[in-house]
Design a protein around this ligand. Structure first.
Ligand code: 0XT
Length: 308
């Protein structure tokens, strides 16, 4: 039974990674569900052989009786906002004067969800928390463990922290509101509220049914790994097993940044999730450290917000 459970668990973890993280399913849903059912039955007969990161655990455990507050080792800051081409050029001017040179930029989609932080110790998920007020958040590990695109164990036994945006895809949002309407319940106003509402539950079985997803966008504590740029950091977290958004682009000039921002204004309607802007970051980590932070925001990043 032990090797059957190990073989099934490893196979299902690989299938889940392909499906939920890489969006490249290698087996049919029916095949996946059949194997999952088989593993569940084996784990029921031999609970002591169940892997702690088994895919069967994504259904959520027992409800908590209250939320625990957590202090963020590194504050979760917010981004300054820019609203038009002139603002973007002002941001670029400030950056160039701060650096005394012209940097390259990383641009990525600003997902309209909920900022969360994930801490791993020796490759195991130990804490998932909301941003809260930036210094103190809520422990929602029990809910985040049900999101299949969040790895419970990493490909390397590293100790690190990553941050990302948890969100509800448009299709899941529409389906949820349709259910609510049929049950005569109040509807969620938008996917962001639906994601926040799902993650602020004490009972993880609720979040488990909400088809939530996540894109990781930054690496907090830098492990001993030698990294020089933001886009390299994203490649590294992706290699560990995290889900990153493929529309992250390393651009050579602010002209390209402006073009990128304007191009996604209309294109966003075709995305399977909502975005409310584009995040513009100085790409070199050394340049980021040179520019530092104001009390509230990084000086080396800003969020271009689409007109409402
Ligand atoms: C470096 O700090 C940040 N980076 C970000 N990146 C993306 N893609 N989306 C965000 N919402 C975001 N928020 C913050 C505070």
């Amino acid at each position: 039974a032990q090797e059957k459970i190990d073989e099934l668990t490893n196979r299902l973890k690989k299938y889940a990674h392909q499906y939920y993280v890489l969006d490249e399913p290698v087996v049919s849903d029916a095949e996946y569900d059949k194997l999952l059912q088989e593993l569940m039955e084996l784990e029921e007969q031999h609970p002591e052989l169940k892997h702690e990161d088994s895919p069967t655990g994504r259904v959520g455990g027992e409800p908590l009786d209250q939320f625990r507050k957590v202090q963020h080792d590194v504050p979760m800051l917010s981004l300054s906002n820019v609203f038009n081409e002139e603002d973007i050029r002002d941001f670029d001017r400030r950056v160039r004067s701060g650096l005394g040179k012209t940097p390259t930029y990383s641009c990525e989609l600003k997902i309209d969800g909920l900022a969360v932080t994930l801490k791993y110790e020796e490759g195991k998920l130990v804490l998932g928390a909301t941003r809260g007020d930036g210094t103190t958040g809520e422990d929602i590990t029990h809910n985040l463990r049900t999101i299949s695109s969040i790895p419970l164990t990493l490909n390397e036994p590293v100790t690190l922290e990553v941050r990302g945006e948890a969100f509800m895809p448009k299709k899941s949002f529409e389906r949820l509101n349709k259910e609510k309407e049929e049950n005569g319940e109040a509807l969620f106003a938008n996917p962001r509220n639906a994601a926040a509402g799902s993650l602020r539950q004490l009972d993880p079985k609720i979040a488990a049914k909400r088809h939530l997803d996540i894109f990781i966008y930054s690496l907090g504590e830098y492990p001993e790994k030698e990294l020089n740029s933001h886009h390299e950091a994203l490649e590294y977290v992706s290699s560990l097993g995290f889900k990153t958004n493929r529309e992250a682009h390393h651009l050579e000039s602010i002209e390209e940044v402006i073009e990128f921002c304007e191009s996604w204004q209309d294109k966003r309607a075709d995305l399977p999730y909502e975005i409310d802007g584009i995040v513009i970051k100085v790409d070199s980590l050394e340049d980021q450290q040179q520019l530092g932070f104001t009390a509230k925001n990084p000086r080396w990043a800003t969020a271009y917000k689409f007109p409402a």
